[in-house]
Ligand binder design. Structure first.
Ligand code: GDP
Ligand code: IMO
Ligand code: MG
Length: 422
């Protein structure tokens, strides 16, 4: 059996949580491959809304096993809190959620440094969850892994050595107060007891599952345009949300990938700073925010809203190898007389042939729009493609034609029921 990858095709918050939950019906395992508690994946089931930050969105299906892969940076407290929240809703999670022994830990100093960095002049607008500093330590080869929790003496040694370094940085560069070693050591030794039952060699587990014919869904967080290599750098997150990240973030080979599904909103949003060519800074943007409920699931920040950017989406489809699109939040466009889509970028009055990767260019481009007629009808009740208004189908088909990728799932509301599978 092969693995399906679900990627965010834009700047995050495309509705990955809903789509992963939906597709989890037919899989055995859902595995998160990157990011950390910066993600906020919303799943609405039986009138209850769950916002998942670390635990994969398949957890609401009792038969699904969930994996937090080695590519994730794990905040133990955030994991424990999420576990308790799910259990308080009567969801039995024990024995069906595993964390890679190879995943790196988010430490209190990562969150502190993240927030101090954001007080400077070049703000990224991060979620403040310590993501960037944790990945810095991973790649600087000084990070602390989940597996280190199993070896008490080594853990204490690693924490102490890290804190010595961080304290130098905090006092000399950030002019901030220092961190207490003993308190952190005590807290993390406690986490060891709480996390022990969840720790596994998840790469081995996933490869054995693939061999045994199990169906696996790899769940990405964030989105391609926030990818550290392919996104609007430096206004990105510090991992690879693009589909390639699934292999390195889970320890499965490229030959086990069966397909890639891109989740895209019928318009575009972005949280935090950075270029956003189709952003609507006027009342139209506010209308989209209001109808779409566009407030961050993790930080509650208002999301920036704009028209669908097909030019960046085509680039995202290429980089991810997207074979089908799940188009979400189409219902949010119900009331618009005309709906614009960006079909190209102009720079110095010339149409660009490919997506620009240097910030100077992308900040200076002029989006080229096509205007499509709105359908002016409530589509939330539609359950099959043919019952959608003609103009709505034309909108979807315009997207498919431009991207040369079929739209296989259309989402017209937040619940599982609000879905059309073609
Ligand atoms: P994720 O991070 O990609 O999982 O997306 P978020 O959960 O951060 O944001 C998506 C928001 O849109 C959530 O509040 C979802 O409940 C909601 N949502 C998802 N699909 C639809 C849809 O088709 N229509 C509407 N109106 N809301 C949706
Ligand atoms: P989901 O999985 C939208 C954005 C932040 C900031 C940048 C870097 O719910 O789609 P970070 O804390 O990762 O260092 O912040 O990335 N960002 C997201 N935007 N959805 C997310 O996750 C995001 N996770 C991070 O706003 O601009
Ligand atoms: Mg989100």
């Amino acid at each position: 059996m092969s693995m399906k990858i679900i990627v965010g095709a834009q700047w995050g918050d495309e509705g990955k949580g809903k789509i992963v939950d939906l597709l989890s019906e037919d899989v055995d395992i859902v595995a998160r491959y990157q990011g950390g508690a910066n993600a906020g994946h919303t799943v609405v089931v039986n009138g209850k809304t769950y916002i998942l930050h670390l635990i994969p969105s398949g957890i609401l299906h009792p038969k699904v096993t969930c994996i937090i892969g080695n590519g994730v940076v794990l905040d133990p407290q955030a994991f424990i809190d999420e576990l308790s929240l799910l259990e308080s809703h009567g969801i039995d999670v024990r024995g069906r959620i595993f964390i890679s022994h190879n995943a790196h830990l988010i430490m209190p100093y990562h969150k502190l440094i993240d927030s101090l960095n954001e007080q400077g002049t070049s703000k990224i607008g991060t979620t403040g969850r310590g993501i960037g500093p944790a990945y810095i330590d991973k790649f600087a080869r000084v990070g602390i892994k989940i597996v280190d929790l199993l070896h008490r003496d080594l853990l204490v040694k690693k924490i102490k050595s890290n804190i010595e370094d961080k304290n130098l940085l905090l006092s000399r560069i950030y002019n901030s107060s220092m961190i207490d070693v003993d308190e952190i050591v005590d807290t993390y030794l406690q986490y060891d007891k709480q996390l022990d039952e969840f720790i596994k060699d998840t790469s081995l587990y996933l490869n054995q599952a693939l061999k045994a014919g199990k169906a696996i869904l790899a769940e990405g967080a964030q989105g391609a345009m926030l990818d550290v290599d392919f996104g609007t750098y430096p206004f990105v997150t510090s991992s690879n949300p693009t589909s390639g990240g699934a292999c390195t973030g889970l320890g499965v080979s490229p030959t086990s990938i069966g397909s890639v599904i891109g989740v895209a909103k019928a318009y575009t949003t972005r949280v935090g700073n950075g270029p956003f060519p189709t952003e609507l800074k006027d009342s139209l943007g506010e209308t989209l925010r209001k109808i779409g409920g566009e407030y961050g699931a993790t930080t509650g920040r208002p999301r920036r809203c704009g028209w669908l950017d097909l030019f960046s989406l085509r680039y995202s489809a290429m980089v991810n190898g997207i074979q089908e699109i799940a188009l979400t939040k189409l219902d949010v466009l119900d009331d618009f007389d005309a709906i614009k889509v960006c079909v190209g970028y102009k720079y110095n009055n010339k149409l660009l042939k490919s997506f620009p990767l240097d910030l100077c260019t992308i900040e200076d481009i002029e989006p080229v729009y096509e205007s499509l007629p709105g359908w002016k009808e409530n589509i939330a009740g539609a359950r099959n493609y043919s019952s959608l208004p003609g103009k709505c189908r034309s909108y979807i088909e315009f997207i498919e034609k431009y991207l040369e990728v079929p739209v296989k799932i259309v989402s017209v509301g937040a619940t599982r029921e609000h879905t059309i599978v073609r």
